[in-house]
Ligand binder design. Structure first.
Ligand SMILES: Cc1cc2nc3c(=O)[nH]c(=O)nc-3n(C[C@H](O)[C@H](O)[C@H](O)COP(=O)(O)OP(=O)(O)OC[C@H]3O[C@@H](n4cnc5c(N)ncnc54)[C@H](O)[C@@H]3O)c2cc1C
Ligand code: SF4
Length: 331
């Protein structure tokens, strides 16, 4: 049993200060991921800092016309917020495709961004895992890797990021607000999560002691033409094998702007702006969508058990874009 202290922070500065004093300290929000990691002896903090008293549980309109979602707003409150339902229904759909009603009532914005991979080896301290224990090896590369990544992998790690909400946030080009020992800063969503490279133990570009305070959505919500398509082994309570957040701005039958982000295929939500640009000015037809799928999946590589994901993702991209364009009913 790993011994740790527990305290609840009353202020943002107090939380950051406490986290900066103890290198192994961790924040705890809804606890739906971290408590499992503590029980499995994968997370071994000396100090746990509870965030529940911090004033980060509101959703507010920004003066730019967007929305600022506090780090402690639960996934359920975000998904059912009237402004999210009306202006960012893609985000609501992605959140409701994840976990269960009970979990969404506890899970928070900040915790969802920083939930850890679902790689089986990561949760099993009896097996090698470079993410859990740098330098120990990767159990998944030669092991059971059906749920693992096909894009952006490294010799050190082939894990995926498991979030649904983050796939929508990537497509919507959200920004992440953080406060740390050196003050406040914002990160573009595309720069928040990392590819594994040689340091798979780092999931994000947060610096030690930094606290997520909010996620900000820009005004453009793609409310008219969007879909979140999640393909998984069971219809509920399962993580994505492949998911696609697709959003279009249409001018009649012509595409003015397209956004596509993939989940379940990489260590971070996968977005390729040059692939999206291929759709600009093109008719919204299946023929236009196929080359975009190819461009998004350029460089994809399967391992022993997950090569099927490449073709699955190709078909899912075309289907999601067809749904967003209104050529097919959303599933
Ligand atoms: C059975 C099950 C099924 C699930 N299915 C899905 C699914 O289908 N799709 C999906 O997307 N998710 C799924 N989830 C994951 C769930 O959405 C996450 O566990 C949840 O979003 C984590 O939020 P939390 O507030 O509970 O985080 P916590 O468990 O409290 O924390 C998670 C991590 O975030 C850090 N953290 C939390 N808040 C902050 C902050 N403000 N600043 C900095 N660091 C912070 C913590 O230190 C910790 O490292 C599932 C979970 C379970 C248990
Ligand atoms: S894929 Fe990553 S998380 Fe999974 S065993 Fe390998 S190093 Fe660990």
């Amino acid at each position: 049993m790993n011994r740790f202290s527990y305290e609840r922070a009353d202020t943002i500065a107090g939380a950051v200060n406490a986290a900066s004093q103890t290198p192994s300290a961790q924040f705890i929000a809804g606890g739906t991921n971290l408590v499992d990691l503590l029980k499995a002896n994968v997370a071994r903090p000396e100090r746990l800092i509870g965030l529940s008293r911090l004033p980060l549980d509101t959703i507010e309109e920004t003066k730019e016309g967007g929305l600022r979602i506090g780090a402690l707003v639960t996934n359920a409150d975000t998904a059912y917020h009237p402004l999210v339902e009306r202006r960012y229904p893609l985000l609501a759909r992605a959140i409701l495709a994840g976990a269960s009603a009970q979990l969404r009532n506890m899970a928070t914005t900040g915790g969802n961004l920083l939930q850890r991979t679902r790689c089986y080896y990561f949760y099993d301290p009896g097996t090698p895992c470079n993410k859990r224990e740098p330098g120990s090896g990767c159990g998944a590369r030669e092991g059971i890797n059906r749920i693992h990544a096909i894009l952006g992998t490294s010799d050190k790690c082939i894990a995926t990021h498991p979030s649904d909400m983050c796939v929508a946030l990537a497509a919507l080009a959200a920004t992440v607000h953080v406060t740390g020992p050196r003050g406040e800063r914002t990160l573009a969503f595309a720069d928040f999560h990392r590819l594994p490279g040689d340091t798979p133990e780092r999931d994000s570009n947060l610096e030690p002691g930094e606290l997520i305070t909010a996620v900000e959505l820009p005004p453009q919500g793609f409310a008219s033409h969007h879909t979140y398509l999640k393909l998984r082994d069971r219809q509920s309570y399962a993580f994505a094998l492949v998911s696609v957040a697709a959003a279009l701005e249409l001018d009649g039958g012509t595409i003015r702007e397209a956004r596509i982000a993939l989940g379940g295929v990489a260590h971070k939500p996968w977005r390729v702006p040059s692939a999206e640009a291929l759709l600009q000015g093109k008719p919204a037809t299946r023929e236009s969508f196929q080359p975009v799928a190819d461009a998004l999946l350029q460089g994809a590589r399967g391992f022993d058990h997950n090569t099927f994901k490449i073709e699955l993702a190709r078909r899912a991209i075309v289907r999601a874009l067809s749904q967003a364009a209104g050529l097919e009913h959303s599933s």
